[in-house]
Design a protein around this ligand. Structure first.
Ligand code: PEP
Ligand code: MN
Length: 388
């Protein structure tokens, strides 16, 4: 797998004040189908064709129909990949226009048929193993993150999560420990053989976060923060791109292209629940997005049932369902003392419940032809491994 030398790439990021579109690889041509009003006179149909040719379209015309009614369909190749279809829809005599090629070329299956496997410092994501990332919503103290890391690693997690820069709805809520939190997070992860996934909220935070993290998380609220996406793209580090809470699947995959277009192939998508009319859960976890995205895109897909449901009792069943639906990874909040957590306690699993969830997830993974890392043998269930 191609890797960008991080430090030289970061230097380039920091020295670059204005981005130019010249670094973008060429996008595929956009195919469009235009359906004209049935029975449109020859003269008016010609006028539509002339307008499209004037825009630079290369087009093919098909006249068909029966019972005397003529139906004209134009198949056309757009002069540029981001041609705005509304220019066609508003033409007199046009009934409908459809874009056939996807707007997210580099992230699409038609661009790359094989699954992308993201190498998170030796942990492959998107291969046969379902990779689990777990830990508290926020890093709160050395003891809290150490206890979390020890327990989630023992249960088979491969990534340690924990926010040091937190996007909180209220400015009065705990905002995270900042760089101190990053240091504690990385130290705990290293002690237990875990890789760090943590959020970066703005370009200025990339440098400190990249020093401690293995995966840069882009939060739901930043899915369409394009300058941030471009800058994390330029680091060449693995990225976890959460779905915006009001974003369509197409908008979400298209956002990934902002990272890919910077020459960074290592994007993981993460479904974390969307806003719907339903109020029984914090969000509506859109598990239907998992097979849909897997069909349309080659990128690995994580599911975060903690933010998706918002209440811990509902997290294990939806984690199991996510794996059954084909998720490549899970991102789960787990905390040593959820009632006293500084953020998202009600949706955080107790560490013992996380271990139980992992057992069940492992069985589901096996049923669908995947694996989950085995739990570490503990001194309790493997006395011969206990220290003398
Ligand atoms: C998080 O992972 O703690 C988080 C803030 O998630 P989201 O961006 O999905 O709300
Ligand atoms: Mn959270």
């Amino acid at each position: 797998m191609r890797r960008v030398d991080f430090h030289s790439s970061l230097k380039r990021v920091l020295s670059r004040r204005v981005s130019s579109p010249s670094h973008l690889p060429p996008a595929a041509l956009t195919d469009v189908v235009v359906v004209l009003e049935p029975g449109l006179s020859r003269h008016r149909a010609e006028a539509v064709v002339d307008r499209l040719r004037a825009y630079g379209f290369d087009l093919h015309r098909t006249d068909g129909g029966g019972n005397g009614a003529v139906q004209t369909v134009l198949s056309a190749v757009a002069p540029q990949p981001d041609f705005d279809l509304r220019h066609i829809l508003i033409l007199d005599g046009v009934r409908d226009a459809f874009q056939v090629t996807s707007p997210y070329t580099f992230a699409s299956r038609s661009w790359r048929a094989e699954d992308t496997v993201v190498d998170v410092d030796g942990v492959p994501v998107g291969g046969p193993e379902v990779v689990v990332g777990a830990g508290p919503c926020a890093v709160e103290s050395e003891g809290q993150i150490e206890e979390s890391a020890a327990a989630v690693a023992a249960a088979g997690a491969r990534l340690l999560r924990g926010g040091a820069f937190k996007p909180r709805t209220s400015p009065y809520s705990f905002q995270g420990l900042g760089e101190d939190g990053l240091r504690l997070l990385r130290a705990a992860a290293d002690r237990h053989g875990l890789k760090v996934v943590t959020e970066v909220m703005r370009p200025k935070q990339i440098e400190p976060v990249a020093r401690y993290a293995h995966v840069l998380q882009i939060g739901s609220r930043n899915m369409q923060n394009f300058p941030l996406l471009q800058e994390v793209g330029r680091t060449g580090m693995p990225v976890l791109l959460k779905r915006g809470m009001s974003a369509t699947v197409v908008e979400w995959i298209t956002s990934a292209v902002h990272v890919l277009a910077e020459g960074n192939p290592d994007v993981n998508l993460c479904e974390r629940g969307i806003r719907t009319f339903e109020t029984a859960t914090r969000n509506t976890l859109d598990l239907s997005a998992v097979p849909v995205v897997k069909a349309r895109s080659h990128l690995p897909v994580f599911v975060d049932p903690s933010h998706g449901l918002g209440l811990r009792d509902f997290v294990p069943p939806m984690a199991r369902a996510a794996v059954a639906a084909g998720a490549d990874g899970l991102l789960v909040e787990a905390h040593p003392d959820p009632p006293h957590a500084l953020s998202d306690g009600p949706q955080s699993l107790y560490l013992s419940d996380f271990a139980a969830m992992m057992e069940a997830v492992r069985r589901v993974a096996e049923a669908v032809g995947r694996t989950v890392a085995e739990p570490e043998a503990t001194a309790f269930d493997a006395p011969h491994l206990a220290a003398p």
